[in-house]
Design a protein around this ligand. Structure first.
Ligand SMILES: [Zn+2]
Length: 337
């Protein structure tokens, strides 16, 4: 992934990644614009280091409208005692910072979707410059990477931590062991619609342990979903040996997305009326939702049916849907622990 032909990153960290103790600073990315000729994007970063243990990189708001990660990580940066740390914790609570400030999935500067911009480019857009810095300067420091996601403003998920099937089965086993240690109410073997450009793929191709999440959504976070994020990030630090003691393990239900049949996409615009809620079982051919025509009465709604047995793991929000939107995700329960 690392290309020596690339020019240096324009991002300047105000923290020293080799220093001990706790540092709060920024990744300063020059961004010249109308209201600030020599201005910068200032991405908050916290580095906590002590002892000789491994390094964890923890990131939130890779998509700017997903809030469990930022809520847990701003708190962790406030509360983690360096004296308890054996190793290094690098916390970036709001990775796509312009998108986070705007409350949008993509950046208002360049419409960049950070998690489709990896490995990035040092002389590309602002979003591509952030991705490039993460790829070439943050991930190489890390042994384990946790990247928080949830559904944003247009999806809502059962709360789960996830990893992917990988060609290197020893690495895959390490990733799923970390998912188990996160101990969300659900744990997923995740299938991506399109893995190109994702941080996930970049980290996995570097041979690191990678855990992602989907912890809720609908453009907000609940007390419950924030608590899952808080416990999960602490658990991963215990699992990695950076914090002493065992993870606070809770029961989890293991889910699988065995094929692309798990995704349903809308083929119509309309009002969506779900007939199942998240976590409820569905059988193949059951109606999951009805989409009503918006403009007149007397037209039959379009029924959307499950293509497989399972539980409803994700659904569209808010109440109106457009052709092409992801309407639902069904997952199969493989095991309870
Ligand atoms: Zn996301």
């Amino acid at each position: 992934m690392q290309n020596s032909q690339l020019r240096p990153s324009p991002i300047t960290p105000t923290v020293d990644f080799d220093a001990r103790g706790m540092q709060h600073g920024h990744l300063r990315l020059p961004y010249s614009r109308d209201d600030s000729a020599w201005g910068s994007v200032m991405i908050p970063i916290c580095v906590i280091a002590n002892g000789e243990g491994p390094t964890a990189l923890m990131t939130g708001a890779n998509h700017g409208d997903e809030y469990e990660g930022p809520a847990a990580l701003f708190e962790l940066a406030q509360t983690l005692d360096p004296a308890r740390v054996n190793g290094r914790v690098i916390i970036v609570p709001a990775l796509n910072y312009p998108a986070f400030r705007a409350g949008t999935r993509t950046s208002p500067i360049d419409r960049g979707n950070l998690n489709r911009s990896f490995p990035g480019c040092p002389d590309g857009t602002v979003t591509e410059k952030i991705a490039d810095f993460v790829t070439r300067h943050l991930v190489p420091l890390a042994d384990i990477v946790l990247d928080f996601h949830s559904g944003g403003k247009t999806l809502d998920f059962l709360p789960y931590a996830a990893a992917h099937e990988l060609p290197d089965k020893a690495q895959e086993t390490r990733c799923f062991a970390a998912v188990a240690a996160f101990a969300a109410p659900y744990s997923m073997k995740m299938l991506e619609i399109d893995a190109v450009g994702m941080l996930d793929t970049t980290v996995e191709e570097m041979g690191k342990v990678f855990v992602t999440t989907e912890l809720g959504g609908a453009g907000t976070a609940s007390a419950r979903s924030i608590e899952i994020a808080r416990r999960g990030s602490s658990n991963l630090l215990h699992h990695a040996g950076i914090l002493k003691g065992a993870p606070d393990l809770r029961p989890t239900r293991w889910l699988d997305m065995p094929s692309s049949d798990c995704f349903t996409f809308a083929e119509d615009d309309g009002l969506i009326a779900f007939t199942r809620d998240l976590g409820e079982p569905v059988k193949k051919n059951d109606t999951i939702a009805r989409v009503y025509h918006l403009g007149r009465t007397g037209l039959a709604p379009i029924d959307y049916r499950a293509a497989m047995d399972g539980v409803l793991a994700a659904r569209h929000v808010p109440g109106l849907i457009k052709a092409g939107d992801c309407l639902s995700v069904i997952a199969t329960i493989t095991e309870n622990t």
